[in-house]
Design a protein around this ligand. Structure first.
Ligand code: CA2
Length: 145
């Protein structure tokens, strides 16, 4: 039976590839899913989740407690505000990698701090959507057969 990695995206990331290409590029969340599936190690599967709602992301993390072996998460703007998402991730036992498409440290100061980073085993920022692929590869490597 395959082991499932949950790839979660927070608010406004459904617009990826459709607005602000100067900041977030031209590729869509469907492209992210296709590229991440292509780098999955043998025996792993991927489930994509996107929500614009904080509570729905908390619920998705609770579901991941039963279904997922690892989480890749771009919490979007909730990275900088959400203790609820941090608390939920603290109940998850597997590896967690936080991804930001843009380099949050080169942007406004309110983006420099992420609550989620307090839990993340790794943080990737500024690699565009390549960062998601790197995170999926890393989670597979952290969970050998
Ligand atoms: O760089 C990232 O991945 C962010 O998590 C993206 C968030 C932002 O609030 C974080 O500070 C950094 C915003 C996501 C907005 O996504 C859009 C995508 C395309 C068009 C418009 C918004």
């Amino acid at each position: 039976m395959s082991r499932t990695i949950h790839l979660m995206n927070g608010p406004n990331l459904n617009l990826l590839g459709k607005r602000q290409p100067d900041v977030y590029g031209h590729e869509t969340l469907d492209d992210v899913e296709r590229r991440c599936r292509a780098v999955l190690a043998e025996g792993f599967d991927l489930k994509m989740i996107q929500s614009n709602h904080e509570g729905a992301i908390v619920d998705a993390i609770h579901t991941a407690r039963d279904e997922a072996v690892g989480i890749v998460i771009n919490p979007g703007a909730y990275s900088h505000t959400s203790i609820a998402i941090l608390d939920a991730l603290n109940t998850f036992e597997g590896p967690v990698i936080e991804v930001h498409i843009s380099n949050i440290h080169k942007r406004e100061s309110f983006r420099h701090h992420s609550y989620v980073s307090l839990r993340a085993d790794g943080v990737i920022a500024g690699l565009g959507i390549d960062g998601y692929e790197a995170a999926v590869r890393r989670i597979c490597a952290m969970l050998p057969a």
